[in-house]
Structure formats: C-alpha cells, structure tokens
Design a protein around this ligand. Sequence first.
Ligand code: GLU
Length: 440
Amino acid sequence: MTNIKVRFAPSPTGYMHIGNTRTAVFNWLLARKLGGKFMLRIDDTDVARSKKEYEDALRDVLQWLGLTWDEEARQSARLDRYNQVVAELKSQGRVYACYETAEELEVMRKRLMSRGLPPIYDRGALKLTSEQIAAYEAEGRRPHYRFKLNEGHIEWNDMVRGKCHYDASNLADPVIIREDGSYLYHLPSVIDDADFGITHIIRGEDHVTNTALQVQMFEAIGGKVPEFAHLPLLTGVEGKLSKRLGSLGVRELREEGVEAMAISSFLAKLGTSESIEPFYDLDSLASTLDLSKLGRSQPKFDVEELKLFNTHFVRNLPFAKVQERINVNEDFWNSVRGNLERVSDVAVWEQICLQNINPIIEDKELTDCAAGVLPPEPWDADTYSKWIAEVKTVSGKTGKNLFHPLRMALTAEAQGPELKVLLPLMGRERAYKRLMGITA
Ligand code: GLU
C-alpha cells in the first residue's frame, strides 16, 4: 500500500476563514482515516501579498483546531527546484516564452469573444522568429512563460464529482511565470505535490479547471497524478457566500466562544447526507469521514446555525474534554453545562455558586420562611424536594410565586440551572445568608 499523504496549502495572504478551514479539516481527517500524513505547505510565491503575520495566524488557528502537521514546506524556499524543472520543461518544449503585453492579450481576448469564440491563447509566441524575439528584448520587454498543453483528453476520477473529463483543446496554455520572474500557483504546486509524494488532494471546486491543467503538468514532470476530491463551495444564506461570510475569520469565532471541535464537526458534515452532530475529538470524527456522502450542490453556510450548534455542543461537552480550561469540578460542570452558551459562561455560575453576590429579595416573607426551614447539612438527594415541600406548606406559595423569588434571592438571576442543582453547589451557609438578604 502506498504511503498516504495529504497537504493543506494556504497562501499567507489573509487570515484563516471558514472556506479554507473546511479544506484543512477534510484533508486532515482523510489523512487520519487512512493512516497517512498531513503536510502544511506555505504557498508564498506571491512575495508582495504574503505576510508573516498571516502565516503565524494560520499556524495558530490550525494548532487550536488540533489540525497538527507531520511535515511542512515553504514554496519561497524551493525556487531553485522550480527553476530546475522549468529548465527541463523548456528544453522539452513544454514551457515557452511569450512577449505579449497585458493590453495585447486583452485585445486578443476581446476579438475572440466578439466572434463568439472561447478566449484561448493562440500560441502566437511559438511562431516568433529569433529576430522578432531579439527586437522585443531590445525594446525592454521581458517574457512571461506558458505551459504547453498536449492535445487530447484529460480525465480523472474525482472522489466527490466522479468521472471528470476535459478536452485539452478547450483550455488555454496557462501562464506559469510572470514577466517579473515570479511563479504563479499552478506549476510549483504540482512540483511540490510530486516531490513530497502527495497522494490525495482535497480542495474547493474552484480548482477543477486547474486540476485539468495540472494533470498534464504531473505527467510532464514524470510525477504520479494524485487522487482528487473537489468540494462544492459553501454559499451564504442569501445565495453566494458573501465576502463577509467567506472571509469570516476563525479567530473571531474562537473569540466569540465557538469551540474548535464544534467548527470541525460542523464543517465536516455540512453538505453531506449525514446530520451534523457533536464530535468531541478529531479521531472519532475522522473515522466517520466518507467523501461519497458529500452532495454535489453547494451547501449553505449560516454562521447563526454554527453558533446554535456550538451551544448544543457545549451543553453536551464531557468534563474530560474541558477540564483543563475550567476551574470547577465534574459535578459542577455537569450541573451547569446545560445552561451555557459558551464554555466561558461557566464563570457566571462559578461566581454565583462559589463567590459573593447581592441577593435580590422580592418576597421577604417567603424568603425568610425558606431560610428558616433550610435543613442542616449534610444534604442528600432528597434534601431539596423535602425543603421545597416544607416552604410550600409554610408559605402557601406555589409555582412561579414560589420559585421566582427563591431564585432571585439565591442567584440574583431570573434564569439558570435548576435550583435543585445549584443549591448543593452553593452550600447551606451561603444559601441561608442569601435568603436572608445578606450579600454572600
Ligand atoms: N495555495 C492554493 C490556494 O490557496 C492551494 C490550492 C491547492 O490546494 O492546490 O488556493
């Protein structure tokens, strides 16, 4: 069996957002499921737009999500290797120099379009004589380079889209090196995928046409064509994934209390035939990964839905998975988690149960009476119901008239976990004082 290896290849030109996070999650899960390796590749050939700050933030988010990598590479450190491959491809006639300016290309494109033809580059550069080239060079024109596609069919069996098929004659030779000598995405990506032995590539369906071009590049450099899976792109609730949503930062979600595993659970199942359920570790999520369950239509991504899911996630979050981040014990956590929206909200109940609050006395007669009949400790499972029965009998109050003033005195909050649960957490002394209207 081949050694499975996938990669996540972000360009450090922006922060991690929902779209590229989903790609990272799928690749990581596939590696884990197949017992393979996950590589982080920094696609920083665009020197002007790549920033260290973005790269640091990308790494930070990946770590937070638990999407750790076994290996990493940086494209800007591999330019010698790319140049070496390009030299070889030039000698084979698969890479050729072009001298058209951007304006000239635009005119050609418009002319073709106006005749109802696809805007495919006419390979005019291949017909240039050496005199013409010398003249361009003398004019100060610098060449850009294209990869020459071979005629014929390009096919692959996509893990999501099934059989994919392109006719090379419908595709333009892609520019691979700009006039200033910098590399465009296509070829370095293929060289890296081949050199690092990438076996599976999961990425957005906006890359489908790139894949067609890249299949020929793999063949040209003698690399093994990996397996591909193209994920349908996410759309926003109002149709196209708006700029705001598409670039919705994972850092911001984290700051708002959305849990890392809630994000991974949500993104891994969105747009599949499976329901979105909380998974509390990546391994168990990985074992359920099945790319054939992904639909072909573009799933809607709604951040409000993610936040609601996060609440559901937190309310069922096992103590063992949160223990290190909170100060309360298991009993406390299990008692209050059903009322939390975010893990950090546990601090509110910690304050209420373990620190001082100012009680709100709405019905002094009732709360005085409740304090009077509060049983001595130790308390057991029946203490609360016995106490409430006693308060009912003595005060004659029931329902909201009974529970609301008790809650306001004990917690100073109109809502929260059951009093039955809170009372033992705060203990008799504190409960007694609060019922008596004393800050405690
Ligand atoms: N750096 C490319 C991107 O961010 C990688 C695409 C790929 O996965 O090949 O779109």
